[in-house]
Write a protein that binds this ligand. Structure first.
Ligand SMILES: Cc1ncc(COP(=O)(O)O)c(C=O)c1O
Length: 373
């Protein structure tokens, strides 16, 4: 039996009652090419230290004995450990009651949209940004309004506040540092947006997937004053834990109670919970490469500028750049032909590269210099 993989324009069989609004869309996903150096999905390039691998393996073999039982539905221990990590790293005291965890922050976003979105609740974002946000809006039948960013990928706060007032959304979503640009929205500006969202009874969702790579204060510092602010985080990036699929939000306990309604029962497996708990016990080791990644980011940025291209200001673990001759797809293929897989996000004239290990970055820089010749 042949099963079609992906791509729009597929003639769906007449007997499949797929929703009409989903018929034309393609499955989300960046190419996965094994032989290439993967600098395309903003992962942490460092594999887990052997000490952590050993601790996870030991814990998993204990947990495996009880796989006949459902996991802790509420992931209590994991949420307690996340609360300890977040309190220590942001200086804002939170408890497990402020935290909800799921299979990656994508699932977290879906849980939030299921709770506060829906057919009569507009969601408003500022694009270009993470393309999964509008996808989740569509899947949850939440109408989506794409606000804009300026040519430097910044948000014009006065215009954004006016837009929030005019559109009266139920969800306002901001990514900072933004993906794919890497640019920051300052905490002062996030506060302005929190104000505006509060006035129309909207939730302000701040997607901080890359927060650990930046020195800007977290939107979490606003939650006490603005209980409608929800901060979304992940263990996929700085934590080098993308394969385990663990994301979470930090918010007022009422938002956690809402998530308890829209999560699927037993959504987070015992194996995932156990692995993440051990990872958090070793968080200093896992996030230990952040300074290297940040300095490598700046080395790549300098190299991009040096060859005459333009790099956006990034506070994350990737860089968006432009200035190469020809279209993005041709330049993307140029890198791939040299064994380096970067990302074409569909932004005309731009490509995005994730910071790899120093050796991988050397190879990217060599290809970059060749491209610029
Ligand atoms: C801005 C942003 N949010 C959320 C995610 C989802 O991350 P995960 O589901 O792995 O936690 C990503 C992944 O690239 C991202 O860039």
């Amino acid at each position: 039996m042949s099963v079609r993989g992906s791509g729009s324009g597929f003639a769906w069989p007449y007997w499949l009652p797929l929703r009409s609004d989903l018929r034309g869309i393609s499955p989300y996903g960046a190419p996965q090419i094994e032989e290439a150096i993967s600098l395309n999905t903003n992962e942490n390039p460092y594999s887990l230290p052997s000490e952590v691998v050993k601790a996870i393996t030991e814990r998993i073999s204990e947990v495996a004995k009880n796989l006949n039982r459902y996991p802790d539905r509420d992931a209590t221990v994991l949420r307690e450990k996340l609360a300890t990590y977040i309190s220590a790293s942001t200086g804002v005291e939170v408890t497990a009651e402020n935290i909800w965890a799921a299979n990656g922050s994508n699932e977290i976003l879906q849980t939030i949209f299921l709770a506060c979105g829906g057919a009569t609740s507009l969601a408003l974002g500022f694009t270009p940004s993470y393309s999964v946000h509008p996808l989740i809006a569509q899947l949850t039948r939440t109408p989506w309004f794409a606000g804009t960013r300026d040519e430097n990928f910044g948000i014009d706060i006065a215009a954004a506040k006016a837009l929030i007032k005019e559109k009266s959304p139920k969800i306002v979503i901001v990514t900072t540092p933004n993906n794919p640009s890497g640019t920051l929205t300052s905490i002062e500006d996030i506060k302005e947006l929190a104000h505006a969202a509060g006035k129309v009874d909207a939730l302000l969702v701040v997607d901080e997937a890359y927060a650990e790579f930046s020195t800007e204060a977290s939107a979490l510092t606003l939650v006490e004053e603005f209980p409608h602010v929800v901060v979304v985080r992940t263990m996929s990036k700085a934590f080098a834990f993308a394969g385990a699929r663990v994301g979470y939000f930090i918010a007022h306990p009422a938002m956690v109670n809402a998530a308890l309604i829209t999560r699927l029962p037993y959504h987070l497996s015992s194996l995932t919970q156990a692995a993440a708990e051990v990872a958090l016990d070793h968080h200093e080791l896992l996030i230990g490469e952040i300074p290297t990644l940040v300095s490598e980011r700046e080395r790549i940025r300098a190299a991009i500028t040096e060859v005459g291209f333009t790099a956006e200001d990034s506070a994350a673990n990737f860089i968006l750049f432009k200035g190469f001759a020809g279209d993005s797809n041709t330049a993307w293929q140029f890198f791939l032909d040299r064994g380096i897989l970067i990302r074409d996000n569909g932004l005309r004239g731009f490509l995005r590269v994730t910071v790899g290990t120093p050796v991988e970055n050397d190879q990217f820089i060599a290809a970059l210099r060749e491209l610029a010749q």
